[in-house]
Unconditional design. Structure first.
Length: 451
């Protein structure tokens, strides 16, 4: 008996320590079992308390009266599946007649409290079927990306969502994006993580960092082109527009619309071209867009207008040519001058880190997801890296990128420097970097040979 008490006490201590120091480990070892049992045991009473039940069918009442049995109670949605995940539980339910998915969505906060989970969200899978995603702990407090996340040249994982899912940057679905954030909000870490994920793939990285390259120059070995001042950025963007036009000529030459190939798919973008002639996709990362839009003289104003015009043309026409924009900045409003709102309208993906005022949040989400504005201005200063991501569909979620230091990003870029593709139109903007120095090995004292 004494040995059993010692074992039980040891297990309790381990569970408490894991829940305090390693919530992910606690969830995988103890939390899944407790939460699953708690959800199944409380399910009917929770559904009834949250108003997610319907009265029994008339034929059930009629049979109960005829058989002189007790009257049946209200009916809850039927459980189709309860699936554990590495961060929580996914409960799929079948709604009863007369119920709708909005009622479940409106009750997520009460479901979170009743089931004892950290967070609850819901989505309608198909008509009458709702999936309730529950997280067992704060997945954004210490971000741990899954090892087996899907990766490709134009679809990379960049952050963790608060519901435990992975937030992907999918350039074929969302070709252009805007990232806002105040100083020390985590915007640079998000950008480093994106570059780190893109580095191993066959994609050309083009950087525009008008802060003399302090953010992007250390990673220059993986960049096909880099501009560190507005004048160079002007010429680089003009060259990108020329590259885009050349790609369109290539697509026109290989559209395969002749009658000799009746089953061929007519090419309309680079992804319809054969692999051997397909141009490399280009991701343009602008570190601080305000530096391209501000001016102090008439000559700088003319340069600024040409820069914004080139960005608008790339945003409007670049998708089919495989040119994708990542625009970053602290603010992105009409005060930056003409053409800015036109550019913003083309940036489908929106991500906002902590902002200093509601106006900045409105610049990102006011025209696509007004509900996300309140979530963006509530991000605390003590949680750098937390952001709100939305798209033109109106959906949004809180995300957080894993902390990536500049050294980690530089190491990844150096490790994959051999993958940097050559784009002839951008050859003159290829950064010139010194060769990596060979680190000498530790000195080893040689022992004299035996006589």
């Amino acid at each position: 008996m004494g040995r059993l008490v010692i074992v039980v006490g040891f297990v309790v201590v381990v569970a408490v320590v894991l829940r305090w120091r390693r919530p992910a480990w606690y969830w995988m070892s103890f939390g899944i079992t407790f939460a699953g049992l708690r959800t199944l045991v409380r399910y009917r009473s929770v559904m009834d308390a949250c108003g997610l039940t319907v009265p029994p069918a008339r034929w059930r009442l009629t049979l109960a009266r005829a058989a002189n049995h007790a009257m049946p109670g209200p009916r809850s949605p039927r459980i189709l599946r309860l699936r554990p995940t590495r961060t929580g539980l996914v409960l799929r339910i079948k709604l009863r007649v007369g119920q709708d998915a909005f009622a479940v969505s409106a009750s997520t906060d009460r479901l979170r409290h009743s089931f004892g989970m950290y967070g609850v969200s819901s989505r309608e899978v198909r008509s009458g079927v709702v999936e309730i995603a529950m997280t067992g702990y704060d997945v954004l407090k210490r971000v741990q990306m899954p090892v087996k996340a899907e990766r490709s040249a134009v679809r990379v994982p960049v952050a963790m969502r608060e519901d435990g899912g992975v937030h992907y940057r999918d350039y074929r679905r969302v070709p252009h994006a805007l990232t806002l954030g105040a100083t020390e909000s985590g915007k640079s870490v998000y950008q480093r993580n994106l570059i780190t994920e893109l580095a191993p793939h066959h994609v050309a990285l083009v950087g525009i960092d008008c802060k003399q390259g302090v953010e992007q120059a250390p990673m220059a070995r993986r960049f096909t082109a880099l501009a560190d001042d507005p004048d160079t950025a002007h010429d680089l963007l003009a060259a990108l527009v020329g590259h885009m036009q050349d790609v369109y000529q290539l697509i026109r030459a290989h559209q395969r619309i002749s009658a000799d190939i009746p089953d061929a798919e007519i090419a309309a973008d680079i992804w319809d071209l054969p692999d051997d002639i397909r141009p490399v996709p280009v991701v343009v990362i602008v570190d601080e867009v305000a530096e391209l839009a501000l001016y102090a003289s008439r000559d700088e104003e003319k340069r600024r207008d040409r820069i914004i015009t080139s960005l608008v043309r790339l945003a409007q026409l670049g998708r089919a040519a495989g040119v994708y924009l990542e625009i970053c900045g602290q603010r992105f409003g009409s005060e930056l001058g003409k053409g800015i709102t036109m550019l913003r309208a083309q940036l489908t993906g929106r991500t906002a880190h902590r902002v200093n005022d509601e106006t900045s949040a409105n610049m990102a989400f006011g025209d696509i997801a007004p509900d996300a504005v309140l979530a963006a201005i509530q991000i605390a200063t003590e949680t750098p890296g937390v952001a709100v991501a939305a798209d033109m569909a109106g959906g949004w979620s809180r995300i957080r990128a894993p902390h990536t230091t500049l050294r980690q990003a530089v190491n990844a870029c150096n490790r994959h420097a051999h993958r940097t593709p050559d784009v002839p139109a951008l050859a003159q903007f290829r950064p010139v970097v010194p060769h990596l120095a060979t680190v000498p090995g530790p000195a080893v004292e040689k022992t004299p040979a035996a006589a």
